[in-house]
Design a protein. Sequence first.
Length: 438
Amino acid sequence: QLSPRSEIDTALRMLEKQGQQLGWQAPVYVWNVQCSRWDQRDRPTQTVGCFLPEEGTPPLLAAGLNTLPSQLAARGMAQALAEIRHDFLLRLAQSMRDGGVERLVRQLTPLLDRPSIWLAGVMFSLPLAAQSGMAEHGWLVESSWDGVLDDVRHIRGHAVGFPWEKSAQWGLMVLAVVWGVGSFTSFFANRHQITLSRERVSQASDRQRPLSDRLLSQYALQRELDRLQYREEEGAPWYSRFGLNQNPALLKALWPVYQRNNTQLIRDDAAQVLHQRLTEWVNLPPGSPQRRQRMKAAYAQLKAYLMMAQPAKANAVFMSRVLMENWPQRAGVTDGLWQNTGESLLRFYAQHLPQHPDWKITADAGLVSEVRRILLTQLGQRNAEATLYQKMLQQVAPSYGDLGLAQMTGATDARRLFSTNQVVPGMFTRQAWEGQVQ
């Protein structure tokens, strides 16, 4: 007979605690040990009971137990005919028909209601005699266990607590899938970028194409370099990584191509424009108004020209502005296209010139020396004139008094309109101008 309800609950709690300690809950088989008034140890034994699937319910248990009486009656009759004392199976079948199934289902329902424990089967047998020398509660190898031993080969318990092993397996599987999809995406993203860059390099390097087309291709290549530089500093997009990122290699391969095209399309022509402007200024007649008017522009042109020859001193904003001012139009290119792309091409070249000293030009030393000489001469004259003017003002100042508001308005009373304590220095009055300054 099964133990009282309290003992069953205690046993279930012990099983749950044991499962928590081990981290594993094995299937549970309930073994119902029957009694006999006489000795039946010589009776042929076999597995007696029913098995349940995982997540078994009381109706499933009742259905399994209800199949036993007819089977037990047939086998029990055969054993009783062979030996009248062997009535275990017959008595068990009769007991189950007389309400035993309902009692078992009622007593085992608490076990079925516990999700942490899996009731895998209910077995029946007579007590087995302990063998000499056997440990207490030791397992007796007996044929009534055959069904249980065969059943456990096809089922397994479940982990208790957080399923670390299963979670790790799923995590590795998800990681492998994500990495595979990411690698696939990265391959095509990098392949597309390489193909696009190759096309732009080819178009910008093709001297048979019109100049306007080459400039547009060079502008596109420049934007590609800008994008690659940004990715190098801030990191490439996630979909182009996964071990296949080609940004550094592509950037390294594109710089020499950009330099070669930029030398042909921008640098040499820009240097020629500045050289031409400076030559024109030098050839102006000494003392001519044009030379004096263009002196400031010549200074800026010389400064930009020297920056192209000395990359370490280049100023991108100043260079691009001066070059664009002196190169507003370009032969073979529409004004609109040159205005839209020229400044960007020049600024990009100027921005990266300090990092690439090999992009420098060879300046015309003779022209630079002549421009410097003329600039120094012009500046010397201007400084001399300024000094003479200041000296003259100092000489005139003591001879003429300051003019206040009353002196300037004469007989008119201007106090009703406005008043001021400020005065005009005597050296700047009309009397001083007509008397000495002029």
